[in-house]
Ligand binder design. Sequence first.
Ligand SMILES: Nc1nc2c(c(=O)[nH]1)N[C@H]1C(S)=C(S)[C@@H](COP(=O)(O)OP(=O)(O)OC[C@H]3O[C@@H](n4cnc5c(=O)[nH]c(N)nc54)[C@H](O)[C@@H]3O)O[C@H]1N2
Ligand SMILES: Nc1nc2c(c(=O)[nH]1)N[C@H]1C(S)=C(S)[C@@H](COP(=O)(O)OP(=O)(O)OC[C@H]3O[C@@H](n4cnc5c(=O)[nH]c(N)nc54)[C@H](O)[C@@H]3O)O[C@H]1N2
Ligand SMILES: [Mo]
Length: 689
Amino acid sequence: MSSTAIAERVVRGACPHDCPDTCAMRVTVADDRVIRIQGDPDHPPTHGALCTKVSRYAERVEHPERVLHPMKRVGPKGSGQFERVSWDEALSDIAQRLQAIAARDPQAILPYSYAGTMGLLQGESMAARFFHKLGASLLDRTICASAGAAGLQATYGGKLGMHLEHFAGSRLIVIWGSNSIASNLHFWTFAQQAKRAGAKLWCIDPRRSETADKCHRHLALKPGTDGALALSLMHELITHGWLDAAYIDQHVEGWPELRERALQWPPERAAQVCGVAAEDIRELARDYGSTQPAAIRLNYGMQRVRGGGNAVRLVALLPCLTGAWRHPSGGMLLSASSWFVRAIDHAALQRPDLLAGRRPRTLNMSTIGDELLREAGPGFGPKVEAVVVYNSNPVAVAPESRKVVQGFAREDLFTVVLEHFMTDTADHADYVLPATTQLEHLDLHTSYGHTYVLLNQPSLTPRGEARSNTDIFRALAARMGFDEPCFADSDEAMARQALKPGIRFEALQQHGWQKLPLPEAPFAEGGFHTPSGKADARGADFVPNYESADSAPALAQTYPLAMISPPARHFLNSTFVNVKSLRSIEGEPLLEIHPDDARLRGITGGQLVRVFNGRGSYRCKAEVSTRARPGVVVGLGIWWRKFGVDGTNVNELTGQQLTDLGRAPTFYDCLVQVEAAEAAATASAPATA
Ligand SMILES: Nc1nc2c(c(=O)[nH]1)N[C@H]1C(S)=C(S)[C@@H](COP(=O)(O)OP(=O)(O)OC[C@H]3O[C@@H](n4cnc5c(=O)[nH]c(N)nc54)[C@H](O)[C@@H]3O)O[C@H]1N2
Ligand SMILES: Nc1nc2c(c(=O)[nH]1)N[C@H]1C(S)=C(S)[C@@H](COP(=O)(O)OP(=O)(O)OC[C@H]3O[C@@H](n4cnc5c(=O)[nH]c(N)nc54)[C@H](O)[C@@H]3O)O[C@H]1N2
Ligand SMILES: [Mo]
């Protein structure tokens, strides 16, 4: 190494964010400062490019508002009044409080975490060990993907799909419930390659997204009607003889019953339910039935409704009916996560054996509002007395905020939040503990959108007094007197324990990533991971929304508009909302509303509107735009509540009802009404598109 102080060093890292892309990064540092952050040009999915958010990662890491010291609450809950305390004081007080609760019943303690980092170490490793040993309540981690995951499990036997890179060779790509340009940018690169080579691109999305703009065709169906559309496509495949009978015969279970159901769905019927033209369904079916190789890029956007699990099942069956799986560039990708069972030993990381025979209750993170407000009782167990939050911001992201906030505001709830920033959740904490960012800690990564294992090596020293999640739980374990040797494991030791034979830690250190050895066309000859080895069609059917004009006509009279709240391009869920340069691109919280719906309500662009239903009310500015289809409004998310006009966000309106499969939330199954909240600037101005 050079002796000059400004010597630059390039460190191999991985992007930690909850995104299918999990990019390989190269971080150039000098003198403990970031010089630049780039995508690894050699990592095929990343191909040298990072998104706008992460190429500006240093802005987040060196943000002047980062929490750099342990903080203890001094004002009322939610007031955001804290004072600095020492690690020693914070850790001993927290350990004492948890111990006192655990002495009565450890299940009164609830860990709450999700994918703020997708890292296997800073996610569920030392933290899981800690809560297993404690005997705390278990958390059902359903907030994002569990309906689709259950749909894939039932149909394919796991979260299995195409190789990302092979989309470049597809002749037809159906981008379904995914705004790829915003939320899966590295997939979009491969789709563009296919497009340049002559492939046709369809987008199926209620919103005319950035991605819909760039596809040849856009089908703007009503939210929650994807299952009906898939059944109608099957109807057309059957009646036009576009099926691969041999593939179905050998590799699909339950086809005769599904065939009967699909025959009930001529395009005219689906057109009615989906709110689209029957002719468009016919065209999509013709394209899908007569083009090979044909690929579907499904994303989780379409499973945040009551019937989300079954909708995923039906879409996942389409490539099994046409034999699209025979080609490397045909098939479907929603998630690739289950391929990694070959590489990662989760039990070694999480040590469920530390439960030692105890079977704590499981609470669903998606109904945290209700869980925090529930009293002790048979069937529930003890009232929740303590919550330890890491890698998540539930006060902003969980549905039905009124209840979530009420729960976190309970004066008798002891709340510890491990965070980088004073989020809406941290505001409600008793203690906020400063956590390191990805540039300051080691981590091991898999991906849900590609098939590479990655290692993130730290490039900076921890800022202020920040400590990694693993280190914080290690320290807490020591204070609680947990003396199993696994509580002394270093991060590197845990990473090594997690890797199964075939993936070498040293190789990851040197190259940053390693590809899983997998067949190019994984189901060319069947071999699904179901017990029968066949794709399972049994029972898959369309399940209508909880809230729609068809399924809840009385409710729809009062609240006639369907609201969806998909990701904003320059935020990652509620992460980055406080990064000024990114927030200035997104502007402010908005509600997109179609010109016809706006005109009917006397709403003009830029005007403050009130969005409301039986669960709550939320005010923001209206954006009158044809990005929203008639009958559907769009509140791009997920803003921090404190940036909202009234200190609230769209989750005031979303409900805690769960999906058909997977116990997931139904964020996009949500009826609302909208009204002008202030007089229009020019009362007679026509709505603009
Ligand atoms: N920039 C950015 N990237 C992200 C995220 C982010 O917040 N910002 N979030 C990340 C996360 S957590 C996830 S889970 C992934 C995937 O995140 P997803 O939530 O799947 O997000 P998108 O891929 O944007 O897909 C959402 C699209 O689905 C559409 N949609 C909504 N309802 C329906 C429906 O009923 N049917 C159909 N067909 N479409 C519907 C929306 O209009 C939107 O365009 O992306 C990740 N990537
Ligand atoms: N209305 C509506 N609500 C939604 C959605 C929607 O589409 N519409 N999408 C849903 C989906 S798909 C998801 S995945 C969830 C996402 O919800 P969350 O998983 O809660 O994700 P974020 O809001 O990004 O919050 C993650 C937090 O983790 C912190 N963090 C990051 N890295 C670390 C670390 O190393 N250590 C610690 N201690 N903290 C860290 C970040 O600072 C951030 O505040 O939201 C859901 N909520
Ligand atoms: Mo998600």
